[in-house]
Every structure is written in C-alpha cells, then in structure tokens.
Design a protein. Sequence first.
Length: 309
Amino acid sequence: MDSASRPRYYSRFYSRRALRILPAYYLLIVVLVLLGRTSFVTQRTSWAFAGLSVVYLSNITPLLGVPRDYAPLWSLAVEEHFYLVWPAGVRMLKRGGLVIVAILICAIEPILRAFSVARGGLWGGPYTWLSADGLALGALLALFARSIRGSRANALKLAGLSVLVGILALAASLAVLRFVSISLRATGVNYVVLSLLAVVLWLGTGSYRRLVLRILAFYGFISYGLYLIHALIFSLYNNVSVRFVPAFYVGHSFRKCLLRLLIVLIIATTVAYASRVTFEEFFLRRKNKLEKQRAIPQPAQCTEPLLPT
C-alpha cells in the first residue's frame, strides 16, 4: 500500500518476497524429505506432497488424493496465493475499492464454508477459496491503520466491535445446524483474532509501546522460521522421547505435556533464530543490495498512521 504508486511495484514486491520466503521454505522441504527416510520421525514426506509443496499447492493435496504430510505448509500455500492476487488489487484499486472487496470477501466466505460442509466437504481450513476472510480482515486492519480514522481510540473501539462479532458468531453456532455451525465457529475465531491484533496495535502505540514492541519485534524477527519448524520439532521430540528417553514421553501426563511445550519452545526458538541470522540473512542481504541498486526512495509517511514507523 505504501509503495503502490511507485515505479517497479511488482518486481520490487515479488523479488523481496521471494528472497524472504523461498530459501527457508525450500530448505524445510528438503529436510522433511531427508528426515522421512530416517528413523527419527515416523511421518514420511512423500515425493508427491513435496512436489506439490514446491509450487505452493500443499493446501489442495486432499483434492488430489495426496496425504498432507506436514500440516503447517497448507497455510503457507494460502499465504502465497494471497501474494499472487492481492498486490494487483492494491495497485489497481483505490482504498475505497479495496475496502469494498475485503468486506464482500468477509461476507461471502462463511456462506461458502457452510455450503462446502453441507456438501460433505471440509470446513475450509486448507482451501484458499474457503479461508480468505481471515486475510481480508487483516487487509481491512491495514487499511484502517493507514487511514485518518486510524487513531488509538478507534483501534480500541474496533477491538470491542470485533470481539463482540466473534462472540455472537460463536454463540450462534450453538443453535444452528451443523454445517452452519462449523462455518460460524471459523468466522468467530477470525474476528476474535482481529480484536487481539487491534488491542496489540493500541498497546504498541501507547505508553506500553516499548515493552510490547520489544517482545513482538523478537518473535516477528524469527516468526517465519518458527512457524516452519515448530511442528517438526514436536514430532522429533515425540519420537526421540519414545525411543531414547521414555521418562520424557508425554503419554497422558499433563505435566509432561507442559514440559514438552517448554522444551520445544526453547529448541524451536533457538533453531529459528539461528536460521534467521545465518541462512535467511544471507538471502536478505541480497534484498538490501537490490534496494540500493534500484535506489527507490522510502515510502512517504501516511496521514496520522496508527502503526509505528
């Protein structure tokens, strides 16, 4: 949005996204394939799933009869589809048009999800065309934060309204038919999360800004790598504990479950940080070189932005 009117909009956007996303993503796919050929993990990543994941189609593998061998990749496929479509909308439409499109997506998606479940399909989790309202809500939040209405007071009002809509959707899901109920639950979760994000914006632009931004800045710094590997670390923990350290195997123990969560969090955070400052940083330096070569000026400040600069 901040660079929509600048030269080389598409090439700049996609080159930056490619250098940020693809190296770590493809490295993970290689690791999954190799680990699946060892005894450290019980889940084997098939060549079919790996091949579909390479072209970001891991979210539609159920339609093709291919098992989804590594669950986190479905949402990355949805994210990539978002990157293929939404930048064109940002470039071609005015902000009012973007708002209308995003609102229409938010209104249509629950209906599509309910229809899918009624026909015996999935609730919509892996499929881009059934989970786009979460993306649309994020886009609306970005539009709000860059508008003249994007004040802290309005952010708090937005948080209250969003959580109310989420609670009403979740409450309504208890009194309707199953296929509608499942769709409403997904809708309710989306709006509750939007409310949480609005609260974080409110906290991060006030007197607690330094504390909030320090915590979020660190996890934002490693968030991509952390999301990529967290499920793999859980799987490795389970397999290693069963084979070599039975005392740490969770079983039905809540305490051991909490211990596993703590250990996995520490290991996953450490690995994600190491990846970010070494492997990923190598490619991110290429991104900085591209910026210098193109000599594109920094985006101008928006009017009364809520987001910290």
